[in-house]
Write a protein that binds this ligand. Sequence first.
Ligand SMILES: [Fe+2]
Length: 175
Amino acid sequence: MTQSVPLHTKAAAPTAAELLDFVRRAAADTELIASLPLDPEGRTWVRLEGPGGSEAWLIAWPPGTGTGWHDHAESVGAFATASGELKENSLAVRLPASGWKTLELAEDVDRERRIGPGQGRAFGRHHVHEVLNESTTEHAISVHAYHPPLPLLRRFSRTGAVLRLEQVERPEDWQ
Ligand SMILES: [Fe+2]
């Protein structure tokens, strides 16, 4: 009796751990990292093919640059530093999906971590953070992956404990 094997099986969505594995490997690929042009004036980036249909980016951060506060809707993600060091400030709180313009954060929700060469971190849905290169002299280079590919990204400004929704960006804004 023969067993039938489907020719095309639908791959399961990659988990945050699988994305972390991908970004770590890519960050360790010295040829890939060296291929990214650096610009002292601003971030440079190249889109990569992430695993399982995920969205991935190789990004160079000049000294003093950062993302500002944002979240990633329903996507899970991961990033890893290839060179230099990134600082991540994040919020250990789930923000309401809609219906607000400003909100006051509780005192104990701030988290920070530093991600040096060879290090990475994964994050779940609704993760809120900003990523910065605080060095005054050195570029940082990192690899990021998201699944599903980002449908939108909410940008926030922050004054003390007050977070304000500033903008909702969609993929067409990033072309
Ligand atoms: Fe992010």
